[in-house]
Design a protein around this ligand. Sequence first.
Ligand SMILES: Cc1cc2nc3c(=O)[nH]c(=O)nc-3n(C[C@H](O)[C@H](O)[C@H](O)COP(=O)(O)OP(=O)(O)OC[C@H]3O[C@@H](n4cnc5c(N)ncnc54)[C@H](O)[C@@H]3O)c2cc1C
Ligand SMILES: Cc1cc2nc3c(=O)[nH]c(=O)nc-3n(C[C@H](O)[C@H](O)[C@H](O)COP(=O)(O)O)c2cc1C
Length: 567
Amino acid sequence: MLVEQKLNSLLELINTSTNDELIWINGYLNGILSKQVTGVKLVDNSAVKSAVKKITIVYGTETGNSKRLATDLASKAKKLGHHAKIQGLDQYRLTDLSKEEYLLTIMSTHGDGEPPLAAQKFYDFVHQNELKLSKLKYSVLALGDSGYPLFCKAGEDLDGQLNKLGANRIAPLQKCDVDYDIEAGDWFSKVMHALNESSQSEPSLFAAPVIKKTSGKKIYTGKLLSHVNLNDIGSNKETFHIEIEAEDVQYLPGDSIGIIPENKEELVEKILLISGIDGNTNIDFKDQLISVHDLLKKKLNILNLPERVVKKYASVVQQEIPSTKIDLLDLLKIYSVKDENQFTEVLKILEPTSPRLYSISSSPEAHPGEVHITVAKNCFAINDELKHGLASEFLSLLNEEDELKFYISPNNCFRLPDENKNIIMIGPGTGIAPFRSFLWERDSNGASGKNWLFFGEQHFVSDFLYQTEIQSWVETNLLTKIDTAFSKDQAEKIYVQHKILKHGAEFFEWLQAGSYVYLCGAKEPMSFDVEQTILEVIETFGDRSKEEAKQYLENLKEEGRYVTDVY
Ligand SMILES: Cc1cc2nc3c(=O)[nH]c(=O)nc-3n(C[C@H](O)[C@H](O)[C@H](O)COP(=O)(O)OP(=O)(O)OC[C@H]3O[C@@H](n4cnc5c(N)ncnc54)[C@H](O)[C@@H]3O)c2cc1C
Ligand SMILES: Cc1cc2nc3c(=O)[nH]c(=O)nc-3n(C[C@H](O)[C@H](O)[C@H](O)COP(=O)(O)O)c2cc1C
């Protein structure tokens, strides 16, 4: 208990702190308590001043979260009096590594347990095993999503490898889930505490990583309200507008939802039949009893198994199996299990189904208690047989009233600017989704900024997603400008980048007037082509050299005025 005077001081501090500051204070206190240091003053300027250190904060990011955290932490470190340098790992001079004194790395995991593309060179360099880093003091903050089988793998690997190379860990690896702010604040306080300690003596070094359990994200249960195929007869595509009701849901325009898809009943039945196990048999999964049927249907990935799982399967059935990706049913057909018990062993080596993300296309202001998404059915062929992606097919087959579990994956790098700022939205295909959210939000708020949308698809007649809504926004002047590109409506292909170039002079004027540019949709090749075109626009209509155009775009990125959410 606190005496009244202390309680009043604490309440004053809380009342005058921003949300970010409260998170930081929470982390700071956790850091102190976790090290069981007593009698430490929360704000001891003399201790902070005496601990001035040169630290380098590097980040490896794909979607911007690590960068945002790194920037935030660098500014807090500076406020505490440290000389903090911040750099993206794509820009980092590898030869500097052995010269660093303190290196704080914030890195996410992407793909199937891989580092972000921008961090790959650094990651490979560190994994060469030839470096000697005994002078380096470091700590790693790993961002990830606990829904993936290889949770925070890239950060975890980096932490282990730096240690293997002789570097000294000053604070344990911290793994963070999608709601990372509290854990990141906690990690930062531990790091700062270690730096401060080192002014009196050597910092305490952690021999082995202590990985703190993450707080876990909120899982919502939603009910499907409606479900419409936005493509018309004659289209090559199926794109579903799905509305989900979830009373207490909280999100911001720009966020996505994560869902864990279920496997098809027909496939589960085939697996049960071939393995000879009774689907009702209960087995222990993550400390809970669950039937084999439900485990196969709702929890485990049984499609396109990664090579590491195939290797484990080979060891369970004691057969030679080539290293390749393959469905569980095909494995069972070719390399059969001996009996029910052996199949139970197989269940233990299967990994959980990875989540799939979908940009939210509704607005919290316009659609309270609801989340809308825009899902393109993923199609591919194997040996001439047409197949569909797991999650997009699962979502496409849902019926009204069906329940759906999901979580919010925030994207703080993809936010609407102040309401009076102008925005340019480039969103072909399902890239339109967050812009539907932006436009509904701006409509509800009466935002005064101008809005320019670029949309593209194959055919005007069958593929103009949200055509009616878009046309009504043009009529009410919410949409100041709209430019569409229907690639297959004429002999030559026309894409959104062609429309951007066509309106290059005006596009550049909007940039000069301080507009924010958003790009969403397919990463390859769309996002690369659009970026090239924007550079061309800056060069041609801004009368800049190639180098100057690059710098212009870099500046826009730095100011948060050119942001992408591509997949
Ligand atoms: C931030 C973010 C936002 C996104 N927003 C949207 C959005 O708004 N709308 C949208 O439609 N999508 C969106 N996506 C993409 C979405 O998350 C999924 O990746 C997409 O729907 C495909 O998932 P799926 O489960 O249907 O396909 P998957 O089952 O994951 O299949 C993907 C590919 O893997 C291969 N494959 C799959 N199964 C097999 C198999 N058995 N054998 C061999 N090969 C196989 C095929 O090449 C297939 O095309 C977003 C992604 C991200 C990261
Ligand atoms: C396509 C995709 C694949 C991902 N794969 C993994 C993974 O294998 N393991 C993991 O822990 N997180 C994974 N994540 C989650 C990201 O690491 C997480 O969203 C993180 O906050 C992203 O940080 P960044 O914006 O700095 O890249 C994945 C995310 C996406 C979109």
